[in-house]
Design a binder for this molecule. Structure first.
Ligand SMILES: Cc1cc2nc3c(=O)[nH]c(=O)nc-3n(C[C@H](O)[C@H](O)[C@H](O)COP(=O)(O)O)c2cc1C
Length: 398
């Protein structure tokens, strides 16, 4: 029995299996509004076999966008487009649909470098705006120095998180993830590298955590209790000057008390120039396991989870409850369907693609020699309905 393909729960929602499509910025929005690209890209990932698909980092205010192409959820046009998108995605598969909310803080107002797919500061002639941050420290010497947020600015952004949350609830998302990692605004408050404040928002760990705690409190109050709420956290800044795994575990426990349902443990990117050990398969799994052992939160592991058996081992050993995959899903948007075949698990298929299922296509075994599809999916060429997503036929059943 595959654990990867067993049902999981986060807060009040049930998820068909333990595979999550990790949020991935597409830099393809116009004025923060989702486009046809989002439907095609996410539609394909809805048919990956994952139990949960989380949409990319979506800004809670215009100044919090990373680039001109980032999604936003702070006006009615953006909300209408996401409402349509969620409605369309729902028709494609039973996967649950999540949204990641963010504010980029000092890492706002950038443009991507396509061949390296990383940011550089947006030049003034391309409409750069001045970013905001806990402290006026630029990400890199050639990046803009952000304006230091005052008390009113901090409270405005907390309100913006709550406002976008109400919009996400109306749009129909099942799950909301707050981006508290990778050097974006929530993380900028948490880390002593970027937070040099001396007021109630800086200094001690309790003060640096305050922004994250207040955001979670405001969002939880605005988000239906039965829907899932999570935080992407930085497990470590990979330098003794920064936040550590102990800090992350303590924060996770504090946020559990605020009604958070899950965390996903990532790391890095608070500032350039920090030596990070090379990513190896499952390199961030121990971080997920540390939170799992210390709290009652559901926990996702992310980063270099590439193979079905590796993913199965992570959830079977209890190191994490879910595995989140990003690039493996871009590489192979049927990752979950192939993983099911390899692990001998049943999985629902889009009826339109049913002819490529192991039971309907002898070629499957040639393309996927490692596959071990369950016997129930190996009855060849039986006619079946295309009316809805179906389960494998059991022998003798039509
Ligand atoms: C194209 C791309 C866009 C990404 N955008 C986001 C994002 O919007 N939010 C986020 O938290 N992480 C983002 N990430 C990081 C991934 O979610 C994931 O944590 C990381 O790629 C490691 O997982 P992987 O080894 O499965 O790719 C992005 C990664 C990629 C490749």
């Amino acid at each position: 029995m595959s654990v990867l393909f067993s049902e999981g729960r986060i807060g009040g929602i049930s998820i068909g299996n333990r595979i999550v499509v990790s949020p991935m910025c597409q830099y393809s929005a116009v004025d923060g509004v989702a486009q046809d690209w989002h439907l095609v890209h996410l539609g394909s990932l809805m048919m990956s076999g994952a139990g949960l698909v989380i949409l990319e980092a979506t800004a809670v205010e215009a100044a919090g966008r990373g680039t001109h192409g980032c999604l936003g959820l702070y006006d009615d046009t953006q909300e209408a487009a996401l409402t349509r998108l969620v409605g369309a995605l729902r028709k494609l598969s039973p996967a649950k649909i999540g949204l990641q909310l963010t504010h980029c803080g000092r890492k706002a107002a950038t443009r991507t470098i396509p061949e390296r797919w990383r940011g550089e500061p947006l030049p003034p002639e391309e409409g750069a705006w001045t970013p905001v941050a806990p402290s006026p420290i630029a990400y890199d010497p050639d990046w803009q120095t952000p304006d230091e947020l005052d008390e009113a600015g901090i409270l405005r952004i907390i309100d913006a998180f709550a406002d976008s949350t109400r919009r996400a609830a109306r749009a129909g998302f099942d799950l909301l993830e707050l981006h508290g990692a990778h050097g974006y605004l929530i993380h900028q408050f948490l880390s002593p590298i970027t937070n040099r404040r001396t007021d109630r928002w800086g200094g001690s760990a309790e003060n640096r955590n305050r922004f994250a705690v207040e955001v979670v409190r405001a969002v939880r109050a605005a988000w239906p209790r039965e829907r899932a709420l999570g935080l992407r956290m930085n497990s470590t800044d990979w330098t003794p000057e920064g936040s550590t795994l102990d800090d992350a575990v303590a924060l996770a426990a504090a946020l559990e008390a605020e009604g958070l349902d899950y965390v996903v443990m990532s790391s890095g990117n608070i500032r350039p120039g920090i030596a990070i050990p090379p990513a190896t398969p499952g390199h961030q799994v121990p971080f997920a396991q540390a939170v799992k052992e210390a709290t009652g939160l559901a926990v996702m592991a992310v980063g270099m989870i590439v193979e079905a058996r590796q993913a199965e081992a992570i959830v079977t050993t209890g190191a994490a409850d879910f595995v989140a995959l990003a690039r493996p899903m871009l590489d192979n948007p049927r990752w979950g369907i192939h993983a099911a075949a390899e692990l001998g698990a049943d999985i629902a298929y889009p009826p339109q693609y049913i002819r490529a299922r192991p039971n309907n296509w002898l070629g499957f075994r040639h393309v996927h020699p490692q596959a071990n599809p369950p016997a129930s999916t190996l009855q060849l060429d039986r006619p079946r309905s295309v009316a809805s997503w179906d389960r494998p036929e059991t022998p003798g059943r039509r």
